[in-house]
Write a protein that binds this ligand. Sequence first.
Ligand code: FES
Length: 106
Amino acid sequence: MVKVTFVQPDGSEETIDAAPGQSMMEAAQASGIRGIVADCGGNCSCGTCRVFVAPEWRARTGTASELELDMLEMHEERQDGERLCCQITLADDLTGVRVAVPKSQF
Ligand code: FES
């Protein structure tokens, strides 16, 4: 299993166990993580599954595609490490990954 920690805007943290091969969005939704709306179901077309990846994990989560960047640019609240978590596929080397959930997905 892959351990993923979500940090909420109030500082509270939830760590979940996810299956390798799942997207981070799928894992978050299956575990009821607050703030991951994911209106489009993982098609990279809604921009409501944003997270901010902790600096030490960014090399392993990779970089956003052009399409993903287009979606991220629609938001006013921008931060380093921002990704759409439907575009991050979980693998064993991501166990322990930490991401922050934005105050709003809209
Ligand atoms: S779920 Fe819609 S962009 Fe990620």
